[in-house]
Write a protein of this length. Structure first.
Length: 355
């Protein structure tokens, strides 16, 4: 079967990309791998994908070690991919399967990598800028922005250098999701909920100023409702699923977000501490509580105006709900005093450590 090509004029002037990638799916609770290719549909000019070779459960079966310093890829896999690429198929496949080589081989190969220095990427062409504007969905932009900058505030989303979007050009929706699946593995557990809050743009539904910096202090039930609404909206967005179509079931790409959203919680309130540090910087006469002299649990209970025994028996989720109610009333935006709000935050952090 010949390699698909596009009749779209401006697509043909874009730099050649092979579009060969390793795809991972979960089938019957275990991973299943395939080699796929993205290409531009000749009629619509939309990036779509097709399967080239099914690897099965263990891609390492297609790696043949030479010694502890190298390996090569099985000939049947090379022959299956060769008609679809203009470059060296063996080199492309070796790079894709490298994570499945033995640790010793990868360690030895890493010794010889990266000696050429960093190569500066060329400036975007006008054709690339046009393609980025038409191909890169706002949801993809938000994911790139967070993964690159790690910030909740998306106010500067459209100031993000367009070059960061270049890597997604020519990728089908499937390949883009495989790309983000790999990148999201670098997120720490405490960042996952914050990442989902950001990329689904849940802050747009809240008028509180803390929505851009401190999502921990927002109404969690409303946040859950807005998340499900945005998830369903994305599932029905035809511009996002170009080349794939919309199904009645939730796509597996979004199932992972649904599971992770309700499986993980916001981590230790780094954004709360950022707010506190910002407050301290603007009012130097105030000092952040000394970590060596921790607030007593009894004092923390008093700040919450609750009985010490009741606070002791509270679950983590009950304490968090109580904190949100108090924070909403005591936050400076609601007319509260900065000093009282900081005390509340310190009390919450102290009680949270006992749960």
């Amino acid at each position: 079967m010949p390699s698909p090509t596009s009749s779209s004029s401006h697509r043909s002037r874009l730099p050649k990309r092979e579009g060969i990638y390793l795809a991972r799916e979960i089938i019957a609770a275990s991973p299943d791998y395939s080699i796929r290719q993205s290409y531009y549909d000749s009629e619509t000019g939309t990036p779509i994908h097709h399967d080239l070779f099914h690897l099965g459960k263990n891609p390492a079966d297609f790696i043949v070690p030479v010694n502890e310093c190298g390996y090569y890829v099985r000939e049947d896999l090379i022959q299956a991919v060769e008609p679809f690429v203009e470059g060296d198929p063996e080199k492309i496949l070796e790079e894709l399967l490298r994570p499945f080589a033995s640790r010793e081989i990868r360690h030895n190969l890493d010794k010889f990598g990266g000696r050429g220095g960093q190569i500066r990427s060329p400036d975007l062409t006008e054709e690339e800028r046009e393609a980025i504007a038409s191909e890169i969905h706002i949801f993809d932009r938000r994911r790139l922005h967070y993964l690159w900058y790690g910030t909740v505030d998306q106010g500067r989303l459209f100031q993000m250098p367009p070059k960061l979007c270049r890597k997604l050009l020519g990728m089908s929706r499937d390949q883009k999701e495989q790309y983000f699946l790999i990148r999201e593995r670098d997120l720490k557990f405490r960042e996952i909920k914050e990442y989902l809050y950001t990329v689904f743009n849940l802050q747009q539904h809240f008028s509180e100023s803390i929505a851009r910096t401190m999502p921990q202090g927002l109404d969690r039930e409303k946040m859950d409702e807005y998340f499900l609404r945005e998830l369903c909206s994305l599932r029905e967005d035809h511009s996002f699923w170009q080349g794939m179509g919309i199904t009645t079931e939730l796509p597996s790409y979004l199932v992972r977000y649904l599971v992770n959203y309700f499986d993980y919680d916001f981590g230790p309130s780094s954004t709360l501490n950022d707010y506190i540090r910002q407050f301290i910087d603007s009012r130097r006469q105030h000092r952040y509580p000394d970590s060596k002299s921790r607030m007593k649990v009894s004092e923390a209970s008093t700040i919450f105006s609750e009985n010490h025994e009741k606070m002791k028996n509270m679950s983590k989720s009950e304490l968090t709900r109580l904190f949100r109610r108090k924070a909403k009333k005591m936050h400076p935006d609601a007319g509260g005093r900065h000093e009282d709000f900081l005390k509340l935050v310190e009390a919450y952090e102290r009680l949270l450590r006992t749960k």
